[in-house]
Write a protein that binds this ligand. Sequence first.
Ligand SMILES: Cc1cc2nc3c(=O)[nH]c(=O)nc-3n(C[C@H](O)[C@H](O)[C@H](O)COP(=O)(O)OP(=O)(O)OC[C@H]3O[C@@H](n4cnc5c(N)ncnc54)[C@H](O)[C@@H]3O)c2cc1C
Length: 394
Amino acid sequence: MRAVVVGAGIGGLAAAVSLCRAGHEVTLVEQTARFAEVGAGIQLAPNATRVLRRLGLLDAVAAQAARPSGMSFRAWSDGAEICRYALGRAAEDAFGAPYLLLHRSDLHRVLADAVPAGSVRLNTLAVGIDQDGESAHVTTANGERLRADLVVAADGIRSAARQWLFGADEAVFSKTAAYRALLPAAEVADLGLPELAAWLGPGRHFVHYWVRRGELLNVVAVVEAAEAAREESWTARAEPAEQLRAFEGWDDRVIEVLERAGRMLRYGIHTRTPLTRWSIGRVTLLGDSAHAMVPFQAQGAAQAILDAAVLGDVLAGATPAEVPEALDRYARRRLATATSVQAGSARQGEQFHLPDGPEALARNARMAAHAAQNAFPPFATAWAADVLDERTGS
Ligand SMILES: Cc1cc2nc3c(=O)[nH]c(=O)nc-3n(C[C@H](O)[C@H](O)[C@H](O)COP(=O)(O)OP(=O)(O)OC[C@H]3O[C@@H](n4cnc5c(N)ncnc54)[C@H](O)[C@@H]3O)c2cc1C
């Protein structure tokens, strides 16, 4: 079959690879003139790395990654450890795939290299999708009409395809914003930072981890933010004074990292309201267009990669006439899980940002008690899900 995928982010590229592996011919249209991912880090949990292994891409991805031995949660004011969970070999043994930390462009490059070169059209903006009983068409800004048996709209959080399919609904501002930066490891070597840590404080949290085999430190500083900070752009930059004001009084190591980071990228975090269906006929959503979530369980891209795996699975051996029914099965296998991860990520943010006082103390005690009994955090239930072992009943 012929598939057109709209959008070459992590979701669209993973979908293109998965559909090619399932034996279909894929055209990928991307509005930007060249493949690009923002200069930031990404955590990939075992639910996603398991899929990358099935796609034959895990070794190439892992070669660029850092592999943390643990995940540390810390108190904002003095850095005291609230609890620590195991990752590394323990997570790999338990979940059958590794927990990896990556530079986003490294992951993006491995996925892009796995898509047949001739199938990618850069500088191509999709401006419409229509369909009849026989086929679907993607219209591009330069006047082409690309015929397909199947269209996958992986056009991200600002998805236009979602509006074309289901009518107008907007991305929802989460009232949080993220400051992000990458620092050369040598510039922070003296600080003795843990490999992967989240420092929790009132109305904000601070995450850092190594990427690119430990050569760079990725920093994400999340703050509750007013409407003024809602701009959703990876090119807006904050003033260092603004970052430092937001974390005034935090542990010295946090302040040091923020000072050394210089002007950080500032990004207003948005979500999408869960839908009750993702496809109409032979056109479907995938990734952030379907289920954008706050990033507090580091699962957005992972869920997009899972979507891609299931999409390839339901369409393996399918004929054009079977596409609408296969897309219904895809959503039946993915929608409830992705929706529940969206909700879990939002709850995680509320917990992270509790004001100082009895509730925060109770949270810390709960986390410590949980870690004393369990090697992995409560949200690791999502890491165990093997989307390709869920075929029964689908
Ligand atoms: C601060 C932050 C931290 C995060 N950390 C993690 C993490 O650690 N782990 C994790 O798993 N997830 C994380 N996420 C989530 C993750 O970044 C997203 O879920 C993921 O990138 C979504 O990928 P996507 O392919 O669906 O969309 P996108 O990456 O947005 O890609 C959409 C693509 O479509 C293109 N496009 C859009 N419209 C058109 C059109 N009309 N025609 C042609 N092309 C078009 C765009 O140019 C773009 O290339 C984080 C998110 C944030 C904000």
